[in-house]
Design a protein around this ligand. Structure first.
Ligand SMILES: [Zn+2]
Length: 268
């Protein structure tokens, strides 16, 4: 879908894309041109390791319309150390690095032991609240621990539940602490069963994302995902909530700017 030609149509923000991933190395500029042509104004480039976070910060420093996050993904949590924390803290002093993450818990793959995941997540929650930055959270098949840790983080600062697809315990914990719910291309999949969560999400807590290069929305499922396709997520969200796409675009962009700060107003 391309946006209508009317220039008054609100822009979209892709709040979560791994744009530093090697799969974009050959054509990153073309990817961003397609995003701009599709009406995407800003992309938050996510880091999941120190190296990826450095790369994300570099991309965001080089180009308006991009911001970065700095964090350690639960898959990598076994590598967490004081040096990691210090390096992330340095990156997070840069104006283009707008949030901590992605961090969280993933007991599906369990690439790092569960205790190491909880420790790294807790340390990043602390870092985010010390620095006054939002935190971007990945949650997969860890609902009980995730809900408990979210409730424990109450009052510490804004939380984004990215590519939201968790059960009711995590949803309710997120609602209790005023978390933001970011929806991805998963909501376009045939097996998506959580339409009631989309309807129940407060309008001022909704975000959209691609999670590129992963989770390409229908009809691109299985391909490399890219920011231009966040429009397809917005369309699916609009259908699920019975709202016009323009109001979803306007609402989610306002939410992203309020959450991540003024830098999100710069455009590609
Ligand atoms: Zn991600």
């Amino acid at each position: 879908m391309l946006r209508p030609s009317a220039s008054s149509f609100p822009i979209f923000v892709d709040t979560h894309c791994h744009l530093g991933d090697g799969t974009f190395d050959q054509d990153r500029d073309a990817v961003l041109t397609r995003a701009r042509e599709a009406g995407v104004g800003h992309v938050v480039v996510v880091g999941g390791t120190v190296a990826e976070s450095e790369r994300a910060a570099q991309l965001a420093g080089d180009r308006s319309g991009l911001s970065a996050t700095a964090g350690v993904h639960p898959h990598e949590a076994r590598h967490w150390s004081e040096e990691t924390a210090a390096r992330l803290r340095d990156l997070l002093t840069l104006p283009e690095v707008v949030a901590v993450g992605e961090t969280g818990l993933d007991y599906h793959y369990e690439h790092s032991p569960r205790a190491a995941q909880r420790r790294a997540f807790e340390a990043q929650l602390t870092l985010a609240s010390e620095l006054g930055k939002p935190i971007v959270v990945h949650a997969r098949e860890a609902d009980e621990d995730m809900a408990a840790m979210l409730r424990g983080a109450s009052g510490r600062g804004p939380v984004v539940l990215h590519s939201f697809s968790s059960g009711s315990g995590v949803f309710e914990a997120g609602m209790t602490i005023g978390a933001y719910f970011s929806f991805s291309g998963m909501i376009t999949f045939n097996n998506w069963r959580l339409g009631d969560r989309i309807s129940a999400c407060p309008p001022d807590r909704l975000l959209i994302e691609t999670d590129g290069p992963y989770l390409a929305p229908v009809p691109h499922r299985g391909q490399r995902n890219e920011p231009a396709w966040v429009c397809l997520v917005a369309e699916a969200l609009a259908r699920a909530r019975g709202e016009p796409v323009a109001s979803i675009a306007r609402g989610t962009t306002d939410n992203a700017r309020r959450l991540f700060g003024a830098r999100l107003a710069t455009t590609l």
